[in-house]
Design a protein around this ligand. Structure first.
Ligand SMILES: [Zn+2]
Length: 360
């Protein structure tokens, strides 16, 4: 699963491959048969192609490299990597989601990148997904659900002659990703994300910031993501648990930590916002993008909404998008995300000065 809420993205897979069968039994506690890593890797490689076919990669190379760079930084600190290589990819979906496949394939949507406000939050999310990979949550759930016999063909799962088996397996895998791995696994991955982010020098409290933002999003959109999944920990519970864990870490050690808010916001400047959820989404969305605004002396959310967006009612949207409350005061020089219509225009006009007389 994903850190969050796997609702819509994977419904596509769900219906495509799985119809409405759900054998998921979160209360089952029987031991998990051994799955070799080669099989997990083959599952991941195969499913990765499907993810990319379904969503497409977001077409900003520097943003892809940046997310990968943060992910690899976290992998470097792992005491047991479990897999040799990890892949971090930004998929072109407006859904707020992040998910992992067995074998080290990790994805974030541009939707989730637009929601968060710092590199430290990104590190927490990637760390959470790495936790699912190193704990083999995906493969374990598949085995719990459909039994180990399907995995008897092992890494040959990628062979076209095993297409039928693969179809059953992938549908189950995506179903699990969609539902989450259950309360304990999610809380365990939250802790993993927070600790890995901290080890890499990030403020562990950013994980709490992220979950708070998620909670606010849930309340504003009226979507209660976990309603279909009783074992998925309520976001409130996750906020409390990650809150106390991060405070105890901060109080115990005196290590300097960073959030890298400015760095992060500059990286996502120009990223497209909203719009299509997956490749097959044919709705006619208006183009929008994330712009970065530098707070001026005397600015309030209302004045920025009027001045920059021409609508004072946008003040709350701006505050929420930036993980703030309307009553929060703004500091000159701080950066804020704004959603603007259209596409981002980079500064392509070079200043070409008339050739000066170089002979002098
Ligand atoms: Zn998760």
């Amino acid at each position: 699963m994903s850190l969050f809420k796997h609702k819509a993205c994977y419904r596509i897979f769900f219906f495509l491959f799985f119809g409405s069968i759900s054998l998921f039994n979160p209360s089952s506690t029987f031991s998990v048969p051994f799955i070799d890593k080669e099989t997990e890797l083959a599952m991941g490689q195969q499913a990765d192609k499907e993810v990319i076919a379904q969503f497409g990669l977001y077409g900003d190379k520097s943003l892809q490299l940046y997310v990968n760079e943060i992910g690899q930084k976290l992998v470097l600190n792992l005491s047991d990597k479990e897999f040799n290589k990890y892949f971090f990819k930004v998929v072109d979906s407006s859904e707020i989601n992040a998910f992992a496949l067995p074998g080290g394939y990790i994805y974030v949507t541009r939707g989730i990148l637009a929601t968060i406000n710092s590199e430290a939050e990104l590190a927490g999310i990637l760390g959470h997904e790495i936790g699912h990979v190193t704990q083999h949550h995906g493969a374990k759930q598949v085995v719990r659900t459909i039994g180990a016999q399907i995995l008897a063909i092992g890494a040959a799962i990628a062979n076209p002659k095993n297409a039928g088996e693969w179809l059953v397996l992938s549908s189950q895998l995506f179903n699990q990703i969609n539902l989450g791995y259950g309360r304990e696994a999610e809380l365990e991955s939250d802790a993993h994300g927070l600790l890995s982010a901290y080890q890499a020098g990030y403020d562990p409290r950013s994980m709490v910031d992220f979950l708070r933002g998620l909670r606010q999003h849930e309340m504003m959109t009226g979507q209660s993501y976990h309603s279909f999944q009783a074992t998925h920990p309520d976001t409130k519970e996750r906020i409390i648990k990650t809150g106390s864990l991060s405070e105890s870490i901060i109080n115990r050690e005196n290590k300097p930590v960073t959030k890298n808010r400015k760095e992060y916001l500059n990286r996502i400047r120009g990223m497209s916002f909203g719009g299509k959820k997956h490749r097959g989404d044919r709705k006619n969305y208006k183009k929008k993008f994330i712009d970065i605004y530098e707070v001026q002396p005397g600015d309030t959310f209302k004045s920025i909404a009027v001045k920059e967006l021409g609508d004072e009612r946008e003040d709350l949207t701006i505050a929420v998008l930036n993980g703030k409350r309307l009553e929060d005061s703004l500091k000159p020089g701080e950066l804020l995300k704004l959603v603007r219509p259209g596409s981002y225009q980079t500064d392509t006009i070079l200043e070409i000065r008339p050739d000066i007389d170089r002979t002098q």
